[in-house]
Design a protein. Structure first.
Length: 264
């Protein structure tokens, strides 16, 4: 039954294809829709169906002619690793629902970063990240080490979600600069330096983070968009053919049967 539900979702997307798209644009937009729907299904705790869509994403992704002018090897590795991680976590019954949603959100954002030129969804997390960072500075000024560690962990959890997307939208040197700041704060000696020095270090890092979001500020998506995407149960229909999905499932089942016969 679940397979038919997934097939129905996939088949209905043909009605939402924009004729003006070039073939390459269509493929990427379709991948964007797959990642979004996989997230929505997981939010409804339909993890098996979500995993099936992630598997189909891999099939469609491999079909896209990779233009080195459009996607670098680093970007390719980022998308691939984020996808594999999301699929592995979604299929793991021991992993919590929250962690599955987090891994799929990370994947959703990185695919969107490849598609979006002016309004990447990861920019919608600026408020949450910067508010947490501001609280960290307050913790240092008040000498509250326990609260600082709590807020630091919260910041890292949020930053981890957008990290692959930042790797897509910025050069490696820019990403390494943020990584270096994080390493300094995580060093156990950070708590031993004077308060003024810690605040100064955090202020420099804060400015670096602000600059990351700066490029999407002028034409930013609604700040609530990401959280609506995560929290609502609505499923965006995909622009993929039902026939294509049936072909994929059929080939997969044939391969499984051949493997069993070879083992006999």
């Amino acid at each position: 039954m679940k397979k038919w539900i997934v097939a129905l979702i996939i088949g209905m997307l043909l009605f939402h294809i924009k004729p003006a798209f070039s073939e390459e644009q269509y493929d990427w937009e379709a991948l964007n829709n797959i990642s979004d729907t996989a997230l929505q299904l997981a939010k409804q705790e339909r993890f098996s169906e979500s995993a099936q869509l992630l598997e189909y994403f891999a099939v469609k992704f491999d079909e896209i002619p990779i233009d080195r002018k459009y996607i670098s090897l680093d970007h390719l590795r980022t998308i691939t690793s984020t996808h594999k991680n999301a699929l592995s976590i979604v299929e793991d019954e021991k992993v919590s629902k929250e962690e599955k949603i987090r891994s799929l959100t990370k994947f959703r954002l990185v695919v969107d970063a490849m598609v979006s030129e002016h309004q990447p969804l990861w920019g919608s997390m600026e408020s949450s990240i910067m508010e947490t960072f501001s609280q960290m500075k307050t913790d240092v000024e008040e000498g509250d080490t326990q609260s600082f560690q709590h807020d630091w962990n919260e910041f890292l959890a949020l930053y981890e979600v957008i990290y692959p997307s930042i790797q897509i939208d910025f050069d490696s040197q820019r990403v390494k600069e943020i990584d270096a700041h994080i390493s300094v704060v995580e060093d156990r000696l950070f708590q031993d330096i004077p308060e003024s020095s810690r605040v100064k270090q955090l202020t420099v890092m804060e400015e670096e983070l602000k600059s990351l979001f700066e490029r999407v500020k002028e034409d930013e998506a609604d700040p609530s968009l990401l959280w609506v995407m995560i929290s609502t149960g609505s499923v965006i229909l995909l622009s993929l053919s039902y026939a294509g999905w049936r072909k994929y499932r059929g080939e997969k089942e044939k391969a499984s049967k051949r493997e069993k016969n070879n083992q006999q």
